[in-house]
Write a protein that binds this ligand. Structure first.
Ligand code: 8X3
Length: 255
């Protein structure tokens, strides 16, 4: 574990081992934050923390003990929490759904977000100048329905509703609550995990799309959201590639 602690503002990014999480950790480090890079894969978060001068924390957001250890590592104060850990498992229709996949999706996208938020909220409320920010990484899948997506869209609607609820519940507290909702983002792992390692199916998601978003695009948005003046709450920010006018309306150069 890299243990150097700076006096600068601090941020926790969950799911920091790859994709949007790793990119966000790099972006926040570039903005001057000391970043706690949290994820299950120790080797990855250690490499990332060493690269950006942050702190690696091995953490499974669905495990209360693991989350308590994260909170203990962070200590008394925290400026930014990016609840990024999440994911899609499977793309079955409702008629053929695997209940274990659905439970895992609810667990990581909703319950995990709650556990981390609950554990770190006291530290966020002690942020300097009442400037603490929670940024939850939702999805456009949390805004619509699509065939074969119900387990994931239900979970991401959960992410969105928990975010709204939290903002209402904390309305008189010195902390902000935001959500970024990305559409099509090409990362190394999202589609591959969804299709259980089937590279052809994963690639087909982006087939013919000239420029899907990349993780750095979302990280850039998060970096902006969490560095607004402390009276500014960016409730939600939907971000898609130009080629995706709506969930089903994607411009592809090949059929
Ligand atoms: C990922 C967006 O379109 O695959 O959160 O559901 S989508």
């Amino acid at each position: 574990m890299t243990t150097t602690r700076s006096t600068t503002r601090t941020a926790v990014v969950t799911g920091a081992s790859s994709g949007i999480g790793a990119a966000t950790a790099r972006t926040l480090a570039g903005l001057g934050f000391h970043v706690y890079c949290a994820a299950r894969r120790t080797d990855r978060v250690e490499a990332l923390a060493a690269e950006i001068g942050g702190t690696a924390v091995t953490c499974d957001v669905t495990d209360e003990g693991s989350v308590a250890a994260l909170a203990a590592t962070v200590g008394d104060t925290l400026d930014v929490l990016v609840n990024n850990a999440g994911g899609a498992f499977g793309a079955s229709t409702v008629a053929q759904a695997d209940p274990d996949e659905w439970r895992r999706m609810y667990d990581v996208n909703v319950v995990g977000l709650m556990l981390v938020t609950r554990a770190l909220l006291p530290a966020l409320l002690r942020a300097d100048d009442g400037a603490g920010v929670i940024c939850n990484v939702g999805s456009t899948a949390g805004r619509v329905a699509y065939e074969g997506g119900a387990g994931y869209t239900a979970a991401k609607h959960g992410t969105q509703v928990v975010t709204e609820t939290l903002r209402l519940e904390l309305w008189d507290q010195p902390v902000r609550v935001c959500e970024v909702a990305p559409g099509m983002v090409r990362t190394d792992e999202f589609a591959l995990v969804r299709f259980d390692g089937d590279a052809d199916k994963a690639a087909s998601v982006y087939a013919g799309v000239a420029e899907p978003l990349v993780a750095e695009d979302v990280a850039d948005a998060i970096g902006w959201m969490v560095t607004r003046p402390r009276h500014v709450n960016v409730d939600e920010l939907v971000i898609r590639p130009r080629a995706q006018a709506a969930q089903h309306k994607v411009h592809r150069s090949t059929p």
